[in-house]
Structures are given as C-alpha cells and as structure tokens.
Design a protein around this ligand. Sequence first.
Ligand SMILES: Cc1cc2nc3c(=O)[nH]c(=O)nc-3n(C[C@H](O)[C@H](O)[C@H](O)COP(=O)(O)OP(=O)(O)OC[C@H]3O[C@@H](n4cnc5c(N)ncnc54)[C@H](O)[C@@H]3O)c2cc1C
Length: 581
Amino acid sequence: MNATDFPAGAPDATDDLDAAFPFDLPPLVEGDPVDVVILGAGVNGAGLFRDLCAQGVNCLIVDRGDFGGGASAAGSRLIEGGLAELEIGDLAGARQAASERNRLLKNAPHFVDMLPVVFPVFSWLGGLGAALATLLGTPTAPRQRGAILARLGLALHDRIAAAPVDTPRHQLLSRQAAGAAFPELASGIAAAGLYQDARITAPERLVYEMVKDGLDACPASRAANWTRLVSCFGGSLSFESEDSTDFAVRPTLVVNAAGPWIDEVNAALGAPEAQVAGRRQSHILLDHEALRRQLDGRVLRFEMAGDGRVLTAQDYLGRVLVGATDAPTDNPDEARCPDEDIAALLDALRTVLPDLEFTADQVVCTYARTVPATAPDEATGQTPRPGGPIPIIEADADRPFPILSLVGGRFTTYRQFAETATDTILQRLQRSRVQSTEHLAIGGGRNYPGNPLARSVWLAEASVATWLDEPRLETLLERYGTTALSIAHHICDHVDADRLPDSRSVSLREIDWIARNEDVVRLEDIVLRRLNLGVAGLFTSRDIEAIAIVAASALKWSPERRAAEIEAVTTLLRDTRRMRV
Ligand SMILES: Cc1cc2nc3c(=O)[nH]c(=O)nc-3n(C[C@H](O)[C@H](O)[C@H](O)COP(=O)(O)OP(=O)(O)OC[C@H]3O[C@@H](n4cnc5c(N)ncnc54)[C@H](O)[C@@H]3O)c2cc1C
C-alpha cells in the first residue's frame, strides 16, 4: 500500500487528536528530583514501580526496550499456586505462591483465571525415593512422578491452595477414567491427576498496566521505554531515548530490575557482581486442531522423558502453546528457539500422546528467552531462592547511591517480591508505607464485572453508552478488561466495521486508540505486547501493514519510518519467532 492508501476508517494525519506524548506527561528535565530509578520494566520492575508510586515515592522507570518485552513476555503463561514449590519441599514458598495466585485472580480478573490441569503419570511408586530425599533436605524435584506421589502432592496442594470457593478439589483418575477424559493419552499411563490452577492470558499487557497504574498514583513519577542508560558518573545517570532526547537524573537509590541483564547493568553502574545464572527456555506454538480439541480448555502437564522436567501444553488463542525446554546459557540476549529445542518439545509430545502426529511443519511460531535465575553464592556455593532476599550493593565514594537487585521473581509472586523491596526502600528513604497492594486491582481489572449478572449489566450499560453491540463489547472486555470502555468510546465515534484484513476481531479504531494512548514507540509494541494475538503468530503480513498504517497516522511517522517499522517487525517475527510471514 502507498502512504495515502489508508484503509477505510483509519484516521489520517489530519485527525484532530494529537499524537500523545507517552502518558501525557511533560518530559523529564535535567535535575528533576527522583528518589528511585528502576532500570528494567519487566514484571518485577513494573511491580515495584507501582508499589512505590502507591506510597507517593517519586520514581523513574526506564527500559531499554518496551515495557514487559524481556523474560516477562516469554513465560509459560501459568500462575501456579504452589505445586512447583511443594515438589522441592518448600512449604512456605508454596503457601506464598498460593495466596499470591489467589490475589492475582482478584486483582487481575481480566487476564488471570482458573482452569483444569491434567497430569498423567506412568507408574504408581515413581518419585517416592526422591520425595523422601526432598523431605530430608535435598532441594531437587523428583523425576518420573508416580500416582502415589501425585495423590499426596495434589492433596497437599488442595490444603494449602485455599482456591476460590467454587474450585473443585483434585482427583486421581484411574487409567480407564483418564483414557475416557483424554483418549489420546499414551496407553501406558498408570493414572492421571486432575486439579485446578491459574493461567495468565496477557502478561505483556499486565506489565504495561502496572506501569500506567504507577503513573496514575504518583503524577511526579515518570516511565520511559526504548530508553538507553548512556552513562553513570558522579551520582548522575544519563539516558537517551529512541528519538535521541537525552536527560539525566541524580537518584537517591537505584533498583536493578533488568532480569537476565542484571549483571550487565550492575557493570554499567560501576558495580560488577555476578548475581544471575541464566537458563535459555523455549516455547513453541502449534497449529494442531486435534491436540487443541483433545485439550478442550485444559492444561496438559507432562514430563520431559529422561530429565523429569515438567512441560505444559495449553490452548492459547486457538494455537497450542508448549514449553519449556531448559538449557544453561551465559547469553542474556538469546531469543531464538533453536531446532534442537523444537525437536525436544515435539518428542516429548509424541511420548505422552503417541497416536497424534507431531511435525515441525505444525510449529507456526516460537519464543525463547533467558530466564533470570539466581547465581550461586560465591562464598557458600548455595543458590539463593529466586525472589528471596534482595541483594544490595552499598554506595561508595564514586557512586553515592546504593543498588538493589531484583533477581528471579516470578509472575505469580511478583507482588510480594515488590512489597519486600518497597519496604526496604521506604526504610532507607525514612518513609512509611501508606497503602498495601494486596487488594489493589490492576489496570483493566478495576471494577471488573466478575460474575454473570455483573457482566450482563456492564455489557448492557456499555452498549447504551457506546452504541457497540454486546458481542463486540464482550470481545473488548476479554481483551482489555474494563479499559474496554475507553476503547469502545473511541471506536463508537467512527466505523467499527473497518477491521484488520485477516484478524477480523481487531478494528482499526482499536489500533488507533492503542497507538495514541498506550505509549507505543515501535510497531512491535502493538504487534507483540499491547495485543496478545501477535504472540500466537496470528497477525498476517497484511494485518501488520494495516496496523502500521494506523500507527503511522496516529504517531505521525513518515512513510520511510512506517516502511522501516514494517521491515523491522517482519524480520523480528521471521528470524526470532520463526514465523512464516
Ligand atoms: C520460559 C519461561 C517460562 C516461565 N514461566 C513462568 C510461569 O509460567 N509463571 C511465572 O510466574 N513465571 C514464569 N517464568 C518466570 C518469569 O516470567 C520471569 O522470571 C520474570 O518474568 C522475570 O521478570 P523480570 O522483570 O525480572 O525480568 P524481565 O522481564 O526480563 O525484565 C527485565 C527488563 O530489563 C530491561 N533491561 C535490560 N537491560 C537494561 C538496561 N541496561 N537498562 C534498562 N532496562 C534494561 C529489559 O529490556 C527487560 O524488559 C518463566 C520464564 C521463562 C523465560
């Protein structure tokens, strides 16, 4: 398409709304007072930013990429309520994971929900010896878990999980019952566990919403994506943003929340220290209707033959998301799923579902990332618990601020991790906590209609206010939570029938709203993070081109910039995500 070929309904460059400065905030100027600078806006940095802002602490959060574009965008999209911790005998960790999962169900109901998990086992006694060793203090998860161990683990999980009231308790299905419920499971199974746990549909948006919540709570705070740390000198940090604007701040305290890049950032701050031991983990997305039908809304939890690593397969927007492999790496930038990881995941599927066919052709998309695991302590050789005590590098003569590092917190427990970090920071700033985040709904989770009656009232009222029909509003509510109302208001001025050419559930006005209101810097921010369809590889090149046209108009990109953005996204999807676009 030419620059002038706007799809019908796409606002053109003369649209009366100005391309908004991110979050409509004035830009930072030299010497602005900043109490805390947070480097890295993944779930941990954004969670901390939100908590500190809720206490009125003036913060700057900076990411060299987009908000939520690091390891936080590459997980298995599960919010596990403690089973992984139980497997290594960490009862306190399991309780914490369960209560944080339950809080997320309440605070982010637009993206986090419960669903059944099926867990086939191939023996009765497997893993008992390893479990006994765990009870005696070996912190290693058992392999080849058998039915007795599954029964004990799931019973304990039910006890600690305190799941929402209508959640069914676990069952241990006999081989026949499991075969009836999941006919394609390998005939050699002994039994299957069936229990309930949670998943997150849009982790990228959740991270973004936390940043936005922080800014709403503390108008003096600032957030900057696609902004580089250029130097750290004499207590001053200098940054440069994508459009070459530079600014500097002198913080009282710095938080390194750079995930797998934590060691790199500490070195850039003049405080080299090995805190992270990275592991590359890969996921694949399959176009596999037979497996999707078999899953029927359930997660399949199964073991990788040989190493006992737990894998999951689940329906994700009509594709089947399978992961993750695990391999040590010292390269935090690894982001391409190698052939060997694809082969290993397909082999694992063949073992548990031998009658279904799995081929590399069915893999439509992949993602891989280095996970920020904690490095072993140099003195003791022990590996600290991820998301555990927060390492602090104290100020020195050349660097008048201390650095706190947030290593390894997960989606499930990010809030509690952020709370611990916030309390440490408040103490150092000699300030007090003014509110807890325990019951603070996130972004589009605020005023979310959580039961069928509230939902039908919400839809009816929104329909009257915006003139959109209820099925359309339902789609928007699913996608954005209650933020859908603002989007629907924006849509209703114009024609909602103008949609992306292939992803017909997304309208051009919807993209226009995102581009104007959600701090979009690059095209990939919309394609891969503000909307989750791109993660499942659902956008075609025609869709990407249409998104680029709308974004270019909203953000006043030149035709050259627009073409470069399309080229960059296409290369990213093709080379890194292995999509056939
Ligand atoms: C394969 C996989 C599966 C997982 N599954 C789950 C799961 O199912 N459930 C769960 O709870 N957890 C899961 N996790 C763990 C969880 O996703 C991560 O531990 C968590 O997202 C890490 O978040 P983070 O904020 O520490 O790091 P990141 O999300 O990586 O954020 C760090 C940010 O720092 C930025 N950055 C880097 N360098 C700089 C710099 N110089 N200046 C400024 N910014 C910088 C990066 O761009 C990035 O955005 C999984 C992780 C992976 C990879």
